[in-house]
Design a protein around this ligand. Sequence first.
Ligand code: PLP
Length: 550
Amino acid sequence: MSLAEYLARPEILRLPAFDLGKRDGNPFGSETIKLDANENPFPPLGSAGVNRYPEPQPIRLRVAMAALYGVAPDSFLVTRGGDDAIDLLVRTFCRPQEDAVAVCLPTFSAYAHFANLQGARVIEARLGADFAFEPKRLLDAVAGEANLKLVFICSPNNPTGTPVESADVLAVADALPNTMVLSDEAYLEFSDTPSLADEATRRPNLIVLKTLSKAFGLAGARVGGLVAAPETIAMVARAAPPYPLPTLCIDEALKALSPARRAVHLERIERIKAERERLAPLLATSPIVHCVHGSAGNFLFLEVNDAEALSRRLDTLGIRIRFRPNAAPGGVRLTIGTPEENDAALRAFEVPATAAPKQRRAELVRDTKETRIAVSVDLDMAEPRRIDTGVPFFDHMLDQVAAHGNFSLLLSCDGDLDIDAHHSVEDCAIALGEALGRALDDKRGIGRFGFALPMDETEAQVLIDLSGRPFCRFEGAFDATHIGAYPTEMTPHVFRSLADSMRAAIHVRVDGQNDHHKVEACFKAFGRALRQAVAREGAADALPSTKGVL
Ligand SMILES: *Cc1c(COP(=O)(O)O)cnc(C)c1O
């Protein structure tokens, strides 16, 4: 008998096992004539697919999320957000009036909420000094408790931001072999703590909670899940509602997890962490803040002197933060937002925020039948540069553009390379041009430039005018058909695509013997010309045109 079976409520054991592989709904355009589920054959006007029930466990999402967390699909259960996962656990294991759960305060209030709903007792331990998790405090609080079914450990902890050492979670699991220990990793992506997901697949009493709400920005779609031993997953699945996730939410989550978008999503996490590190010392200088706790989440926990005055000021500024007086006197939790939002928050905390220059960054996705592309550019940062078009030589060329252009570029493409490189190369150029055009926005504070570059026997010259009028002239010819998987004939095409999508005039001239040098010199010179064209110079709002508009 598995531990999950031993611990489960009798009502759960009497339920039929949930068929985790069952496919209802209308998965993947199957040709099946569906007359089984009393669905309406007609989707609502203007929308597709939602007339069918979704799959009970959306298999593609389950596989994608399991892969994201590095576990096998049978160790993963997709739930309607992490909150639903907590509810399912309590309902699977806790008999009303008999069983207990344990929490370490201050922590996420949903654990006690769902336990109370189910009629389970909540045993409260406390975190130690500086909100550090101390296994002994928890174990002392639950000593002698015969019916302890669940222990909730939140790492990093909400609202205090403190991470919990993996060894401490495992020490609790070791000490309580007949209790399910949940490690809530809702904010783990923002921390440096390793995940316990893999460990949870191998231990009968360890469960890890995951959510796409925080790190992947999907709070509105309600997608989360549990990682555990397959027996535990199968048991908890019995308590799940028949169709927990709406089709639209499944689709949104799958889009967010698509390989091409991964790099941009991960970089956003880095940006949020960088903002957290920028804000913490600034908030420490605030006259109303007397303590900023180190945080490993996408939020900071502060203790302030006059919470009521702060609350009033925030109200007038239209800024919402979370007051947590039960966690600490004057305790507030401030979520990390965009740099502009954070600067507004700093002003509310009476910290003079340096008005950051307008951000010149753009992120976009471009999905067609042939290619799925995500790109992010930041003209005011030189790093990071990560390019994965699937065509190594073209990666190298785009890296040259960004490196010589002195801007940050993330570009991933998942394209039909089984046909050839044409679509991927062309569509990446279009997407990059569009992103550059958007990052330049109204083109204030930029110039028109050109660059000539010798490379051994080759000479390339690129002139750019960010005129708003697309035009491309390419002078040069290649002998080789390919450099690696990259078709050389795509080179004029790439510059034409860039000119069109950036709405710029681009003139390229290249002479030489070696085709590799010639192609590379074009891209390098383009990067150099771009660097000059987008460099901030003079007054931030000076337009480099006598017409006053470009
Ligand atoms: C936000 C959060 C969750 C779950 O969030 P969902 O949006 O329901 O997925 C779980 N645990 C903690 C500690 C959280 O803060």
